[in-house]
Design a protein around this ligand. Structure first.
Ligand SMILES: [Ca+2]
Ligand SMILES: [Ca+2]
Length: 392
């Protein structure tokens, strides 16, 4: 890949997971990001026959725009990866498991002061003398005590992708959170623009955490709100619980949206999990046998398993860049879930854009004139659409 946004210090690392190779690195693409205020990124890569990393080209770079960011303030696309698994919501999940974070109201500010989205920090401060340098070192604290989410402003949200609820009666939600009494900072650090620099140790003021399924889609649903109150301090974590009574099926994106006072940090989050109604154990009638006169008599005749096959959710989703300049092309990919067959592509305004090079699951959209076009991918009766904006 090319250097992103001129960033020179990306601390990269590679990992192989489930047969995929991933590069983790840092860039400063987010609002308020600078050479030293960086965000973590991940992209998938492949090796060639000589075990060298194949460089990404403009064609196979999938922009992250479909992840919910309509524009990048710094102009260049950035990367995402296709999910290869699902998250179990009934296990205790770290709140710092984040697919995406931003602010639904678009509050800006970044590193200094109120920012779009959340940050993470070591859950507890901890220092010890480094045996090599003899100096006080604090960097082990996250490894020892874990990580918490901080810098949570009004309307900041955390998106957690591909959460598989199965088909369960969801009974509740637990979250480990911390909030203080909102005591003003004793020695705030003010930057050159007069803005208070964010200090993760400053006090928080309490607030609400809303739990949404598929926020922003036509199926969005608020399933509960946790009122997070003063736990004694901004670093004292306590468990909060709310009851939920919802039958939730299948895979959803979960959004945690913070609500509360403006211009304040509301609370910190450590872990969360949903609870579900335990299903009664299935009575095993078929193996009860009486032996009479050498004949095997079953108490109850074996019953054919009449449980219908669960209906699998079918979908066609189109992924790709949502903005393109007239004269340029963009590659769109149809992601099929539980459907098979040929993808039929169509575009609603043929004067503005045309579709070429249709392959198995991809098509090239050639932008002709400025405007908005809707592209549809249809497989049998299941279809998905994407709106692409063509700029002059
Ligand atoms: Ca924030
Ligand atoms: Ca945590």
């Amino acid at each position: 890949m090319d250097r992103e946004n001129g960033n020179s210090c990306i601390h990269p690392g590679v990992a192989e997971f489930k047969g995929h190779n991933y590069l983790f690195y840092l860039n400063d693409m987010l609002v308020g990001g600078t050479g030293s205020d960086r965000s973590v990124c991940v992209t998938e890569f492949k090796y060639d026959e000589n075990n060298l990393i194949i460089k990404e080209t403009a064609d196979n770079v999938a922009a992250l725009l479909w992840q919910g960011v309509e524009d990048t303030t710094k102009g260049t696309p950035f990367f995402s990866v296709t999910p290869i698994g699902t998250l179990n919501p009934y296990e205790v999940n770290e709140a710092e498991t984040i697919c995406w974070t931003s602010n639904i109201g678009g509050a800006e500010g970044g590193f200094n002061g109120t920012g779009r989205g959340v940050k993470t920090k070591a859950k507890e401060a901890y220092t010890e003398t480094d045996p090599v340098t003899g100096k006080e070192a604090f960097w082990q604290s996250a490894a020892r005590y874990g990580v918490a989410v901080c810098d949570i402003d009004n309307e900041d949200y955390i998106k957690v992708g591909n959460v598989d609820f199965g088909d369960e009666e969801v009974t509740g939600f637990n979250v480990s959170a911390a909030a203080g009494a909102g005591t003003p900072a004793e020695n705030p650090i003010i930057d050159n623009n007069g803005i208070e620099i964010f200090n993760p140790e400053n006090d928080t003021v309490s607030g609400d955490l809303e739990i949404w399924l598929d926020y922003g889609s036509e199926n969005e649903k608020l399933i509960g709100t946790v009122n997070i109150t003063d736990t004694g301090s901004t670093n004292t974590y306590k468990d909060f619980h709310i009851d939920i009574n919802e039958q939730i099926k299948g895979i959803h994106d979960v959004y945690f949206i913070a609500r509360g006072e403006e211009n304040a940090k509301l609370f910190n989050l450590d872990t969360w999990n949903f609870t579900k109604k335990e299903k009664p154990p299935v009575a095993d009638n078929n193996n009860t046998q009486d032996v009479t006169d050498n004949k095997v008599v079953t108490d109850t005749p074996p019953v054919a398993d009449k449980t219908p096959e669960p209906v699998k959710k079918q979908s066609v989703k189109i992924k790709g860049k949502k903005t393109v300049k007239a004269g340029k092309s963009v590659k769109l990919t149809a992601k099929l879930t539980n459907v098979t067959g040929k993808v039929k592509w169509s575009v609603n305004k043929k004067k503005l854009a045309k579709l070429t090079n249709a392959k198995k699951n991809t098509v090239k959209l050639k932008a002709i004139k400025a405007g908005k076009v809707k592209v549809t991918a249809k497989v049998g009766k299941v279809k998905g659409t994407i709106t692409v904006k063509i700029k002059k």
